[in-house]
Design a protein around this ligand. Structure first.
Ligand code: ZN
Length: 161
């Protein structure tokens, strides 16, 4: 029988070693930096919004395997989602990562939330929770304060302290 925990680890290792969507977007509408001083993780989230829908999202950065895998998984599942759905998924994922009660996940988002299950293991390691949630905090910062006007080069920075 396959050990479920081992399987989850394989998924995290795979995303940590071969992260998806790890590049800058050419024409982002929003972006933000995230920094987790506890571990040293740094991530930049690039976002292209079309109305209230995430048309494209990507990341760059340097961090531990957990933060990289979390960013990779996040960018995969957020593509095509509305901001309301993304916000709900962040809340649900935060609850999953901290072992607390989160919002109900509507049926259409259940498959995506299941893909984040491998990261739920961080709840046993409080110091790693911020590694897993950093990309989400940076995504939220990009949406809220990271809108770019043409020619603007600065971005919001969020610290998970
Ligand atoms: Zn980390």
């Amino acid at each position: 029988m396959m050990d479920l925990r081992e399987l989850y680890q394989d998924i995290l290792l795979d995303h940590g070693k071969h992260p998806r969507n790890k590049h800058a977007l050419e024409h982002p509408s929003h972006f933000a930096h995230g920094h987790n001083p506890l571990c040293g993780d740094k991530v930049t989230i690039y976002l292209k919004l079309e109305g209230d829908r995430v048309e494209d999202v990507s990341f760059e950065g340097r961090g531990c395997a957990i933060s990289t895998a979390a960013a990779s998984l996040m960018t995969e599942i957020l593509k095509g989602k509305t901001l309301a759905e993304a916000d709900l998924m962040f809340k649900a994922f935060h609850a999953m990562a901290t072992g607390t009660d989160g919002p109900e996940t509507p049926p259409e988002l259940e498959d995506d939330m299941e893909r984040l299950e491998p990261l739920a293991g961080v709840k046993a390691y409080p110091a790693r929770v911020k590694c897993a949630t950093l990309p989400w905090h940076a995504f939220e910062a990009a949406v809220k304060t990271g809108a770019l006007k043409s020619g603007e080069a600065s971005a919001a920075t969020v610290k998970t302290e």
